[in-house]
Design a protein around this ligand. Structure first.
Ligand code: SAM
Length: 237
């Protein structure tokens, strides 16, 4: 951080307080603190992922993400890969503000549903996807999906399971097996931080006897966290 950025910090804090209230300002300050103590930071800031993502979502997060060309390249690369499986319907669990849904809609014509548990992310998704045809947003939690068995041909998560502690992550994967028909596609990073648990999702499917249609790093974002893109064949008759 340079001197100018340091001087601008109190201003930013005042603006955060004014625009989104004390919980958001506290949250933002904590996110910038305790960098060297990820376990303390996790306890302070990430005890409840839904609260975290409700405070984290919003215009500032949107600008941060959209300001990173590598993120866009990754979304487009994944949408290409997913379209290659010719899915007849897609559920994205943890759709955030809809970046992946937008990239997908440019490549597939099947029904698209995005689910997220964060109001702030869903509100932004509704406006960001305002000019996108034919999609549905649902508020819900990945570990208890409000859909009947085998509702979607392909279920996608992109940087979502990794944000949940092991028992919840396990329930999300089980829910994917329940609501999915043919394919489960995942971009889940492998590293651990204060808000990332890092799971080998591909290995989870293999250990349960499912075969992988593909698995590997995402080549367009080599500087990002160690990523894994995998597609498992759910293969039920
Ligand atoms: C890093 S963002 C990724 C958003 C989007 N998938 C993308 O690639 O742009 C993680 C999103 O997953 C959501 N999320 C995390 N855990 C979830 C859960 N258990 N149920 C529903 N949404 C969840 C968060 O609210 C957040 O919007």
């Amino acid at each position: 951080m340079n001197g100018f950025e340091r001087a601008a910090l109190p201003l930013k804090a005042i603006r955060a307080l004014r625009d989104r209230g004390p919980s958001y300002a506290w949250h933002k300050a904590m996110r910038r603190s305790f960098g060297r103590w990820p376990s303390i930071k996790r306890r302070l800031l990430y005890a409840d992922p839904r609260t975290y993502w409700t405070l984290r979502g919003g215009d500032e997060y949107f600008r941060e993400q959209e300001g990173q060309p590598a993120r866009s390249a990754r979304a487009h690369w994944m949408a290409e890969r997913i379209a290659a499986y010719a899915p007849t319907s897609i559920l994205e669990i943890g759709c955030g503000y809809g970046k992946q849904l937008r990239a997908l809609r440019a490549r597939v014509s099947c029904p698209l549903v995005g689910l997220d548990f964060s109001d702030s992310q869903l509100q932004l998704a509704a406006s960001y996807l305002g000019d996108v045809a034919d999609f549905r947003l649902v508020k819900g939690s990945g570990d208890c999906l409000p859909f009947p068995d085998r509702s979607f041909d392909l279920v996608l998560t992109s940087a979502v399971i990794l944000h949940n502690p092991p028992p919840v992550a396990e329930r999300i994967r089980e829910e994917i097996l329940r609501v999915g028909c043919r394919w489960a596609a995942h971009n889940e990073d492998l590293d651990t931080t204060y808000n990332r648990y890092g799971y080998d999702t591909a290995a989870w499917y293999v250990a349960r006897g499912y075969s992988l249609a593909e698995k590997g790093p995402i080549p367009v974002d080599p500087a990002g966290p160690p990523s894994q893109f995998s597609v498992a064949q759910l293969c039920r008759s």
